[in-house]
Structure formats: C-alpha cells, structure tokens
Write a protein that binds this ligand. Structure first.
Ligand code: VGL
Ligand code: ZN
Length: 211
C-alpha cells in the first residue's frame, strides 16, 4: 500500500513531550525513537497538528490525588475506570514541553487536552467522560479534512483513543505504528490493537506514506 497525502489529509502528532520520553515522569520505553520518523513524516503532509497533554497540578488522573493509591493502579471515577499515573505534563512545566528534538515548524494547530481538573483526556477529540469535546473534529470538518494519520505517544493510550475517536467522528483513520511507542500496562497494548482493528482503523508503517 502506498499513500500520497493530499490537502484532505492530516497528520496528528500525539504527546511527544518530555515527560513521556526517557528520563521523564511517565517515560514510555523507547519513546525517543518516534522523533526521527515523525520529523520525516511531517514533511510529507500539508496539514500537521500536535496534541499536548496539559494537566492541572492535582489532576484527577494522578495517583497522588488519591490517598492510598499508587501509579498504574486503576480506580473508579464518575465517568468509569481510570488508570492512575505518576504526576506528569503539568501545565507550564518542563515535562509538559515538547521535545526539543522535534523539528516541526509546519504545525498548524496545537490541541491541549486534560486541562479539566476532574476529567482525563487521552483522546484529542473527546475527553474521558465520553462527552466533553475538544473541538478538533469540528476544526477538521471546517477545513475539509477526510483522513487522519495518527502517531506519537503512547500507542495504547493517547494515540489509540485519538484514532478511535477520529474514526467515530467519520474520518478514515490510520495509526502509523513505527512512529509510535506504547506504555503497555495491564494488557493495554493488545486491548488497544483489538479495538483499533474492530473499529476499522488501519495500522500502517511510515514507509507507506510517499510524497
Ligand atoms: C498518556 C497516560 C496519561 C498518553 C497521557 O499520552 O498516552 N498516557 N496521559
Ligand atoms: Zn496525561
């Protein structure tokens, strides 16, 4: 398969932030390996957007906000099960900043997410309560976007949830696997791949994208 991006395609670069990279608060194994393929891919698209995990200080997704709980425990919140994380991507912090190895001057929009204190948001489109919207689907529709290509960190959380919601919003959707890396806690990577396949999200490699 080879795909030549058009003006109806968008590349969504998910959460390539210091806290998800080696040495960060919620480091994804080999997370830094996504940077070179993402820098290369971004040059093949006319539309590129980035997402940025952007939490309040005592965000409800942090284990530290739940006495007696620890990172990677799962708890029940008003909107359903929530994995609890180490404190990460706090608004304005160095950890929340994009990696300075990214070379992405062409990015058109940065979508911040996870800024409501009581709602997590893995997805770039719809928050974890499954109803609060970020506005990104509307932005894409106004701009005539038809296909979304998603890569970044982490495959099994923010990449997968963003891809699932892109598909639900009616976009043909692709996850670029070699430009993504997973956290893989409690079987989350296998579950995410099962969900993506069932939803008709295509999993491809970056060499499928040609100029
Ligand atoms: C993410 C866990 C918590 C991600 C964000 O970017 O995949 N994962 N917050
Ligand atoms: Zn987060």
């Amino acid at each position: 398969m080879s795909i030549k991006p058009t003006t109806q395609d968008v590349f969504i670069i998910v959460d390539v932030q210091n806290d998800f990279l080696p040495g960060g608060a919620l480091a994804v194994t080999n997370g830094d390996q996504v940077i070179a393929p993402i820098n290369a891919l971004a040059r093949k698209f006319t539309n590129v957007v980035q997402t940025q995990d952007w939490h309040t200080k005592n965000h409800i997704s942090f284990a530290s906000a739940h006495p007696g709980m620890k990172p990677f425990d799962v708890t029940k919140l008003a909107y359903g099960d929530q994995v609890l994380w180490p404190n990460h991507c706090v608004q304005g912090s160095r950890g929340a900043a994009f990696s300075d190895k990214l070379d992405l001057p062409m990015v058109q929009l940065v979508v911040r997410k996870g800024y409501h204190p009581n709602i997590d948001s893995y997805s770039a489109f719809v928050e974890a309560d499954h109803s609060t919207k970020t506005g990104l689907a509307g932005y894409f529709k106004e701009r005539g976007v038809k296909r979304c290509f998603v890569a970044g960190l982490a495959t099994d959380f923010c990449v997968a949830w963003s891809a699932m919601d892109a598909r639900k919003a009616g976009f043909e959707t692709f996850v670029i696997e070699d430009a993504s890396r997973a956290i893989d806690t409690l079987g989350s990577l296998a579950a995410a791949i099962g969900n993506l396949d069932a939803a008709g999200v295509k999993r491809i490699r970056s060499d499928a994208i040609v100029v």
